[in-house]
Ligand binder design. Structure first.
Ligand code: ACM
Length: 692
């Protein structure tokens, strides 16, 4: 354990990245200049606000003081900020002009100055003040005797106005406390839009007073009352976060149709969907009752959600039930609607008119973009190109057509890809042919947390810390792209999220304690540091292995993307193979020996926990191949037969098991091939992937 921590520090020092705890800022501010002095934190620390505080400032300053106490152990004499210059020479002077409006292009900028005797925050809006306080908290540092803020001048503002997180609460309901803690986490990395995906095939999560069958029959009793929705919207508003609700129609509508089968496109009864995937139940756009129900629902929701935008979904409607319905076909003919897409546009425009009556603008997944769709509709780009994670071409197309647009393609954090992949996806790449006006229509992006595989237990570890890296992409300059520096800062940002109640770190052990009946979890913890959950829809392939009510309490749920020891090992192997320094080899050997011996520890707990039997190959394979690699690295045994053996071990390690995959596979391959070539054994591991 100690060894690995040491290696981690060593890795960062050899890679030339500063080890200083200072300046672990994320998102990185637009302009930072650092001095050499410090502002020492003591119990007399006071805050003054230039005029009467808004509720936002009250909450932010009070929490700021509490968080500062939590980190420093210093109990301040004043637990609240003073208002309207009621105190002279406060330690922190906050000056703001007005309450921020929760709308796009609001001023969220701030200026933060720390000198040895004074800290000042200046902002146009109270939202800028909140962000300045978050930055200041990220600056807290200490030496052996005291805590301090380093001398610094920061001028900061967002690159994009739309910095969102989409939470799907339909596949798995997420209680209000999960939403609230994640709103706090969002604010801490300066995200400002919660896109609340409230309905889907698997659940309708809003209380409707006009059509109560919707939540009564469509939610298994798991829905937000209108009072709770107001509470969340207010909580978000207090943190500078807009809440954009989504009612996904006309597809993804099984839960709605469970309550109102008469507005479905097929003459049948429906029941809440228990699997994941794309399903056929679709609202009937030719039935006036469909619009009556939606108009009532949208009217209720318009009162609950003050935001200007209302997301109508619109994705993945294949229209199979439209094709099969003669009445719908006749309607299409009569109204000159040639394709299902035309029919969906007819439907969308009807919804657009309903929402306009409530002063709302339509937002929808990119499928809503057709020639007839008014350009007031905001296009949410989500589909990839054939090259995988690249920018959704619909984003550029929307901007060119005159739509405001937001990117989610590349930010699907439910797919369990490394932070580095999401980090490099930019809503606005340098090489584009957009005019300045078109560029301005690209409002930003949203990380998307689809909830097929998450419950309140594991959702935080799927959201964080990777969402913080995405938040940086939305806020910071496009020049901030250094991945190792991002990961270094993310370490600190990640553990600080615990202060806000985020459970991404601690719930690993909760899951492991459960499956070991509270025995020593050390061996399993070690495995979570090298195995990652299967990525990109390979877990629960086809959506049929798990039901939506399955709890996610398995070993795979204790694992995360960016497995920590695998990252260190991969970096060491890359360095070793490019520089051939024995220092790196020594460090690689330390890690391999640790993995090799972990199996003995695993066997001790496996005996008394049958649930662990399926995990044995994970531990055993890793131990065996590590032992073989140790021999090869130590140069003791270089025969062809050794390479044959390790090849088989490698092929075994490569097989996904228990919903996880080994995260240093490529490094193992590179090492084995390097040594086999060096020893003229000619072992090639380039065998087509078993999984793909
Ligand atoms: C989506 O991922 N179906 C928007």
């Amino acid at each position: 354990m100690k060894n690995i921590t040491f290696l981690f520090i060593l890795f960062y020092s050899i890679s030339g990245i500063s080890q200083s705890k200072e300046m672990n800022l994320m998102p990185w501010p637009q302009e930072v200049s650092i001095g050499s002095t410090q502002f020492k934190i003591d119990p007399n620390f006071t805050i003054n606000v230039n005029k009467k505080s808004t509720k936002r400032i009250d909450i932010a300053t009070t929490k700021f003081i509490q968080r500062l106490t939590g980190r420093t152990g210093i109990f301040f004499e004043n637990g609240f900020a003073f208002n309207a210059d009621k105190i002279k020479n406060a330690s922190l002077e906050i000056s703001y002009k007005r309450a921020g409006k929760l709308e796009i292009n609001e001023d969220e900028s701030y200026e933060l100055k720390v000198s040895p005797t004074k800290i000042s925050i200046e902002a146009t809006t109270d939202i800028g003040v909140i962000y300045a306080l978050e930055t200041l908290l990220q600056l807290v540092d200490n030496n052996e005797t005291s805590y301090f803020f380093p001398e610094v001048t920061i001028h900061d503002f967002p690159r994009f106005t739309w910095r969102g997180l989409m939470l799907d609460v339909a596949r798995h309901f997420q209680p209000v406390d999960v939403i609230k803690r994640n709103l706090d986490a969002m604010t801490s990395v300066k995200m400002n839009v919660l896109h609340w995906h409230l309905t889907d095939d698997q659940g309708f999560r809003i209380e409707s007073k006009k059509h109560p069958k919707l939540h009564q029959l469509g939610s298994d009793g798991l829905y937000y009352t209108q009072e709770k929705i107001k509470e969340v919207v207010e909580y978000a508003s207090d943190r500078g976060i807009r809440v954009v609700p989504e009612v996904d129609v006309p597809g993804h509508a099984t839960a709605i149709l469970t309550a109102y089968p008469e507005i479905g496109s097929k003459d049948t009864s429906y029941s809440i969907e228990r699997f994941s995937g794309i399903f056929h139940p679709t609202l009937d756009p030719t039935n006036e009752k469909t619009y009556e129900i939606l108009e009532d629902l949208f009217g209720e929701m318009a009162m609950l959600f003050p935001d200007q935008y209302f997301h109508i979904g619109g994705d993945e409607n294949e229209g199979k039930h439209w094709d099969e319905n003669l009445r719908i076909q006749e309607f299409m003919q009569k109204n000159d609607l040639k394709t299902n897409h035309d029919l969906q546009t007819y439907f969308n425009i009807r919804l657009e008119e309903i929402l306009a009556k409530h002063g709302k603008l339509v937002m929808g997944w990119e499928e809503i973009m057709t020639d007839k769709m008014p350009t007031t509709a905001l296009i949410h780009s989500w589909k990839g190109t054939n090259e995988g994670i690249t920018q959704g071409s619909s984003l550029m197309k929307a901007a060119k057509k005159g739509h405001a647009t937001v990117l989610s393609n590349g930010y699907y954090i439910d797919l369990m890809q490394p932070a580095s992949e999401h980090y490099l996806v930019d809503p606005l790449t340098k090489n584009n042919d957009l005019t300045a006006e078109e560029k301005a229509r690209i409002l930003g992006g949203e990380a998307t947390m689809w909830s097929e595989l998450v419950t309140p237990l594991n959702i935080d570890s799927r959201l964080w810390p990777r969402t913080a890296a995405i938040a940086e992409r939305f806020w910071s300059s496009e020049e901030i792209v250094d991945i190792s520096n991002m990961y270094k800062r993310l370490e600190t940002i990640s553990f600080r999220l615990e202060e806000l109640g985020i459970t991404h770190i601690r719930n690993r052990d909760v899951i492991l304690r459960n499956i070991t009946s509270n025995q020593n979890i050390e061996a399993l913890v070690k495995l979570t540091k090298v195995y990652e959950p299967l990525k990109i829809y390979t877990r629960n392939k086809g959506g049929v292995e798990y039901k939506t009510y399955s709890p996610f309490t398995l070993f795979a749920d204790a694992c995360t993307a960016d497995a920590s020891e695998a990252i260190i090992f991969n970096n060491l192997v890359n360095k070793y193979l490019s520089e051939k320094k024995t220092g790196f080899k020594k460090e690689i050997l330390i890690m391999l020996k640790d993995w090799a011996t972990n199996y003995e520890l695993f066997l001790q707990i496996q005996k008394s926990n049958p649930i662990l039997k399926t995990l044995e190959p994970l531990s055993k394979n890793l131990s065996e191949i590590s032992k073989s690699l140790i021999l090869i690295l130590e140069g003791e045994s270089l025969k062809y037969s050794n390479y044959q053996k390790i090849k088989n071990q490698y092929l075994e390690l490569k097989k996904p098991k228990s919903d996880v995959e080994f995260a240093s596979l490529k490094s193992f391959k590179n090492l084995i091939e390097f040594f086999s070539k060096q020893n003229k054994c000619k072992i090639e591991l380039n065998i087509p992937s078993i999984q793909q």
